[in-house]
Ligand binder design. Structure first.
Ligand code: SAH
Ligand code: SF4
Ligand code: F3S
Length: 446
């Protein structure tokens, strides 16, 4: 019998993995494990991994290497890998890393308790990376209703059917499935009853929610129904695919007061030629048209984006198109990434002949241009009194609390803990790179 029932879990990647990790924690607790914050104390170490870019993947291998000495010291230690690298590599991971015990894919989290038991009982190393059929996946959407925080992610769909030519996600998460709306609403109601004030509806492409399920409502209607739930004060969603951002959904930003005035709308490139090679399904002008509509419906809306620099064949002119689009939209923040070829994707077949030096130069230029726009945007908040949903005590300790503005910006300010869970007016006094400092005020400007 294995005695040391403590586990250590590290999570990489996107919100999907954050939610999957919460599920992993639940399942391991059910088989008697408790979570610890350091790998050295644990009898079971798990990494929930991301393979979206080469850099993310290498990070995982680096971390695994770090745990090898622990395994050398304690052969009873169980070491496992889940998530997107696990899905991508499958059994190969066990071959590459002889000290690894288990590998579980993105559709196989529910099998984890059996896998851990099997390793505990010395039945050998194991891997489960099979994709499941649609019906089984719909049944397996975890229903999570305990409310131990003010904000929560709620999964509305999983997988992706878009096959953007550079992207590994459809290959490691499988086809798109939407969760039944009745179940989503039950979860949101239960979370509200448990004290949750803000929900973020998540999926790889939430805008196409429900489109492929017979008789299901669409995403705009789902938002309206979530908006009806008493106790929920704020709603966010991510990620939006521009091609599926309907006029009906754009109108929600004008109609639904609980919907935060922020949308993450990844553009990837400002060049029509590159957008086509990326298989994104929209043109520069179509994208800009949607941005104009968003701003018309909700003048205070702020946009953020993801952009890939150095996609195969990107010319200097293509890159200029991206810079000019960024300037035109005026994003509050941009997450820019150097293109990296991913195994099995269509773009991995394209000649990637732009030199590393030129890619880096473009990347740096983009960063510089965006930094100025971001700074101007966030510094513009200084002196304004904004509604902030208080999420808890800030890491600085003392009497400091933290919360977020409608634009998802963190604000720290002094106040009593009774304010946690409330929306309060905070006057922003200082802007930092990633957060703001403020003071409690008596009334908001809007
Ligand atoms: N489903 C989301 C995001 C998926 S991955 C969407 O469609 O927007 C997050 C971001 O990683 C992408 O928006 C893209 O900018 C970046 N990314 C994905 N694959 C990449 C690759 N091969 N190289 C560089 N960046 C990549
Ligand atoms: Fe990847 Fe495109 Fe799907 Fe986003 S929409 S997950 S970028 S394939
Ligand atoms: Fe990474 Fe997988 Fe998310 S590849 S971005 S963790 S879906």
């Amino acid at each position: 019998m294995f005695m040391d029932k403590k586990f250590y879990l590290e999570t990489f990647g996107c919100q999907m993995n954050v939610v999957d990790s919460e599920r992993i924690v639940d399942l391991l607790r059910q088989i008697g494990y408790s979570q610890v914050n350091s790998a050295e104390e644990a009898g079971l170490i798990l990494l929930n991994t991301c393979s979206v870019r080469d850099k993310a993947e290498r990070k995982v291998y680096g971390h695994l290497g770090r745990f090898k000495p622990l395994k050398d010291e304690n052969p009873q230690l169980i070491l496992g890998v889940g998530g997107c690298v696990a899905q991508q590599e499958g059994e190969r991971l066990l071959e590459k890393l002889p000290y690894l015990d288990l590998v579980f894919g993105t559709h196989n989290i529910h099998k984890l308790p059996d896998m851990v038991r099997s390793v505990e009982e010395n039945r050998g190393r194991c891997h489960e990376t099979e994709f499941l059929d649609r019906e089984t996946r719909i049944q397996l959407f975890p229903q999570r209703t305990e409310g131990d925080s003010i904000t929560r992610f709620v999964t509305v769909m999983q997988g992706c059917d878009n096959f953007c030519s550079y992207c590994i996600v459809p290959h490691v998460r499988g086809r798109e499935v939407s969760r039944p709306s009745a179940e989503i609403l039950d979860e949101v109601r239960a979370l509200a009853a448990a004290g949750v004030k803000e929900v973020t509806l998540i999926g790889q492409n939430v805008n196409s929610y429900g489109c492929k399920e017979q008789g299901e409502i669409g995403f705009a209607e789902l938002l309206r129904q979530v908006h009806e739930v008493e106790g929920i004060e704020r709603i966010r969603f991510t990620t939006s695919h521009p091609k599926d951002l309907s006029d009906e959904l754009i109108d929600c930003f004008g109609e639904l007061v609980k919907l935060c005035k922020h949308i993450h709308l990844p553009v990837q490139s400002g060049s029509d030629r590159i957008l086509q090679l990326m298989n994104r399904g929209y043109s520069r002008e179509q994208y800009l048209g949607k941005v104009r509509r968003l701003k018309a419906v909700c003048p205070e809306i702020r946009l953020t984006s993801d952009i890939i620099v150095g996609f195969p064949g990107e010319t200097a002119a293509d890159f200029e198109d991206t810079l000019s689009l960024m300037a035109e939209v005026g994003y509050a923040d941009v997450f820019s990434f150097l293109y990296s070829p991913r195994p099995g994707t269509a773009a991995a077949q394209l000649a990637d002949d732009l030199g590393a030096k030129e890619k880096q130069a473009r990347f740096d230029r983009m960063l510089k241009q965006q930094e100025a726009v971001s700074r101007a945007t966030w510094e513009g908040d200084v002196g304004r009194t904004l509604p902030v949903l208080v999420e808890g005590q800030s890491r600085q300790g003392g009497d400091q609390l933290f919360g977020r503005t409608t634009w998802n910006r963190i604000v720290n300010f002094d106040g009593p803990t009774e304010l946690v869970g409330k929306v309060v007016p905070v006057k922003v006094t200082t802007n930092f790179k990633n957060s703001q400092l403020g003071e409690l005020a008596t009334g908001t400007e809007n």
